[in-house]
Design a protein around this ligand. Structure first.
Ligand SMILES: [Zn+2]
Length: 133
């Protein structure tokens, strides 16, 4: 049995010059890799993840304490420049989830704790920044 592909292998396989449309069935696999590599598996409970066309953003993290099932939700834009960008945005929104769930910060901000993940992102060949163009 082949072991789970590394993130680097997945990124290389998809190539940086091809657009990527996130597939709801594949997101959990990437989520699990990022959870292990970036968050020491502290984000075991997956938030609700949605994909839709968005304006002015590629990703969004929301917290709704009154939601029936999922208080935490990540929304992803329906298409990305490439697979790597999709992984960067999912990772970015997962940092906001970490800030809320683990650090108990009131709102998802691009603060010191947010940027403390920058080096870990870089080790995976990913960029962590406030806005992606
Ligand atoms: Zn953000």
């Amino acid at each position: 049995m082949p072991r789970t592909k590394s993130l680097a292998a997945l990124i290389q396989q998809h190539g940086d010059d091809r657009g990527y449309k996130p597939n709801l069935n594949k997101i959990p696999m990437v989520y699990k890799i990022l959870n292990r590599k970036l968050f020491k598996n502290q984000l075991k409970k997956m938030p609700k993840i949605m994909v839709r066309r968005m304006h002015g953003a590629l990703g969004l993290f929301e917290f709704n304490p009154y939601a029936l099932k999922y208080c935490h939700q990540i929304t992803l834009h329906h298409k990305f420049k490439n697979f790597r960008e999709f992984v960067e945005i999912l990772g970015h929104e997962m940092v906001h989830y970490y800030q809320k769930l683990i650090l108990k910060q009131n709102s998802a901000r691009h603060n010191k704790e947010f940027y403390s993940f920058k080096k870990k992102f870089e080790k995976l060949g990913l960029d962590l920044k406030r806005v992606y163009q």
